[in-house]
Ligand binder design. Sequence first.
Ligand SMILES: Nc1nc2c(ncn2[C@@H]2O[C@H](COP(=O)(O)OP(=O)(O)OP(=O)(O)O)[C@@H](O)[C@H]2O)c(=O)[nH]1
Ligand SMILES: [Mg+2]
Ligand SMILES: [Zn+2]
Length: 308
Amino acid sequence: MKEGLVIKSTGSWYLVQPDDGEPVSCKIKGRFRLDDLKSTNPVAVGDRVKYSLDPQMQVGVIKEILERRNFIVRRASNLSRQTQILAANIDQAILVATINYPVTTPVFIDRFLATTEAYDIPTTIIFNKLDRYDHYHKDQLMETIKIYKNIGYNVLTTSAKQDRDFDAVKKLLKDKISLLAGHSGVGKSTLVNRVEPSLNLKTAKISEAHKTGRHTTTFTEMHPLGFGGYIIDTPGIRGFGLFNIEKEELAHFFREIFKYTSQCRYYNCTHLHEPGCAVKDAVEKGEIASTRYNSYVSIFLNRDEKFR
Ligand SMILES: Nc1nc2c(ncn2[C@@H]2O[C@H](COP(=O)(O)OP(=O)(O)OP(=O)(O)O)[C@@H](O)[C@H]2O)c(=O)[nH]1
Ligand SMILES: [Mg+2]
Ligand SMILES: [Zn+2]
């Protein structure tokens, strides 16, 4: 049996990079134990796997997934209870967001951050398309950046189409395995091309009528970076579900909200309507951003589907 790293997944076949030699196309056979996840893709990009090779067919069969250091999942689609593993064994997640073209809503950002918080994965937000924003968008951008910096998230801004200097992004990516996520059309693949031009990934214009992307990247794929590290480009996310998180635990994954929860009058306070709620007090005093609190409430009540 050979061992290798899954560098591409289409859902039905996988590209596995052995430690020596060329990547091999592999299929899955057999059953995998899966932490009770109902996953549509048991094997994910970033997994280390054992596979057997049929020398005549030049295809492999994945027999075993080696233990994962971590992984990140999302709901396969809005209505589905099935999950999809976005990637495994990553050092960090990068959410590419845009104020407009397309719109990335606060609740989408907060859902992503709560998820990476739950999986304990360091996360950076990159706001892209700075060149396209008018004054109103720029004000909105500054406000948004302030909120996330205040609660301790790393935030960068880029104009992937125009910037000459990508040193900050390169520094962030160097020698790490990074997952790049965000809505379709925000410029994930464009950014990857700018930091590693030899990759020449496919990108496409957003629909100007709907201001949404066209799902140009269709498969999750890991790319080596010439200056060290790997980047995982993913197809644009429509919805983003949280997994294995009980409602009662949701506040744990909003770091600034969590800080106040021990001061609530009731130990089982949901921070929605109880008297003596330290979280609501902090929102009123402006110590917790109201957009963050609103995201907490809409995720708690499962009302945010329509905002995605
Ligand atoms: N004006 C402007 N356009 C950008 C910028 N970054 C990317 N774009 C454009 O936005 C469009 C979408 O970019 P992609 O890189 O394909 O977006 P993506 O996030 O990879 O989209 P999916 O693969 O569908 O998930 C392309 O036409 C890019 O040229 C930017 O900073 N400014
Ligand atoms: Mg893309
Ligand atoms: Zn409370």
